[in-house]
Design a protein around this ligand. Structure first.
Ligand code: GRF
Length: 193
């Protein structure tokens, strides 16, 4: 199964997937990495692992892609024969061009136990609210932010002396295990189906 990964940031989830691939925990192929941020670490990580990687201009909006630019993302993913798109820290809301082209085939990882704490810096929201547990969620992407069908979740305890940074670090450790496992399960269920 061929995966395309979209990200805007440091790419630790991409790295976890590539490491899981080496260990055969994850046996899918990451065939393309796309980013809306030119100098993002995620593009460098892809290149270091010899995965085709490309920056695509997002357009002038801040929180979504311009429609014709989103179409560019679709074209690139389609020409790489991608089956599933994984959002690994992609900081823009996905709209119709991608949703239509990859219907029920876009998966996101979010750093909270959805439906709690949607949107940005979910770990900070959790800390501020004072919850005792938070975590991470892998879910399908639909037209509403962080609202698609939940595939899997992992709980992370909030500790007494946690800072936003320490909490986010522990959530990410769980993300790095959860995402490869979920994608592998998906892959295996598709093989059987
Ligand atoms: C992760 O915490 C993910 O849950 C969120 O964005 C962050 C991306 O981190 N959607 P990285 O770029 O994979 O390190």
């Amino acid at each position: 199964m061929r995966f395309g990964v979209l990200g805007s940031g440091k790419g630790s989830n991409l790295e976890a997937l590539l490491e899981a691939k080496k260990k055969r925990i994850f046996t899918g192929d990451i065939v393309l990495v796309l980013s809306d941020v030119k100098d993002s670490r995620i593009l460098q990580i892809a290149e270091e692992h010899h995965v085709p990687a490309e920056y695509i201009y997002p357009g002038s909006f801040r929180t979504k892609l311009e429609t014709n630019q989103e179409q560019e993302y679709v074209l690139k993913l389609k020409s790489a024969s991608v089956d599933y798109v994984v959002l690994a820290g992609f900081m823009r809301v996905i709209k119709e061009p991608l949703l239509k082209a990859f219907s029920n085939r876009i998966i996101n990882i979010h750093p909270s136990l959805l439906p709690a704490f949607k949107g940005i810096k979910a770990w900070e929201q959790a800390l501020k609210y004072g919850v005792k547990v938070t975590g991470c969620t892998v879910h399908y992407v639909n037209e509403d932010l962080d609202s698609g069908k939940i595939i899997a979740q992992k709980i992370v305890e909030v500790l007494e002396n946690d800072t936003a940074g320490s909490l986010h670090d522990r959530i990410q450790l769980e993300e790095h295990k959860l995402l490869p496992n979920v994608l592998q399960q998906l892959l295996e269920s598709q093989k059987q189906g």
